[in-house]
Design a protein around this ligand. Structure first.
Ligand code: HEM
Length: 125
């Protein structure tokens, strides 16, 4: 199975690399920099690694509700989601074997779509 090749260290490499790119990105950087102060970044990376570990390895370390956090971000729209997914794909393909990258991208797309739907319902669009 795919998950045989995924471990915590691989997840952590994806997360660290992805958010390093995100913070430098023209489209996403400003959103993340204003929502997450520098001293909170390590905690954020830990939360995100927990999220992926729960999703892919069933570790149960994340049991938060991510949608409300995203509903609260002002002015996040299609361009942000397209950029997020493009950077995530690049990162996963760089860091992981192809089958693992494909699985992570597929899961990310599903979560992104559910956030986009939630955001449009929330905004009454
Ligand atoms: C948290 C931005 C897409 C998973 C956050 C936070 C920001 C953010 C700023 C921190 C919120 C806070 O602590 O107040 C964005 C933007 C996205 C995006 C701009 C795309 C346009 C995604 C996607 C996923 C994801 C696609 C999952 C595949 C999470 C998780 C958290 C989080 C798990 C932690 C929520 C918690 O504290 O429990 N995001 N995000 N995000 N994001 Fe995203």
């Amino acid at each position: 199975s795919f998950s045989g090749k995924i471990d915590e260290a691989m997840i952590r490499r994806v997360v660290d690399r992805f958010y390093a790119l995100v913070r430098e990105d023209e489209v996403l950087g400003p959103v993340f920099r204003s929502a997450i102060p520098d001293e909170k970044w390590q905690a954020h990376l830990g939360t995100i690694a927990d999220f992926w570990s729960s999703l892919l390895l069933g570790s149960g370390r994340y049991n938060g509700r991510p949608l409300p956090k995203h509903l609260a971000l002002p002015d996040v729209g299609d361009a942000h989601f397209r950029r997020w997914l493009a950077l995530f794909r690049t990162t996963a393909e760089e860091v992981c074997p192809p089958a693992v990258a494909a699985l992570m991208v597929e899961r990310a797309e599903r979560v992104a779509n559910s956030f986009r739907l939630g955001i449009s319902v929330h905004r009454g669009e």
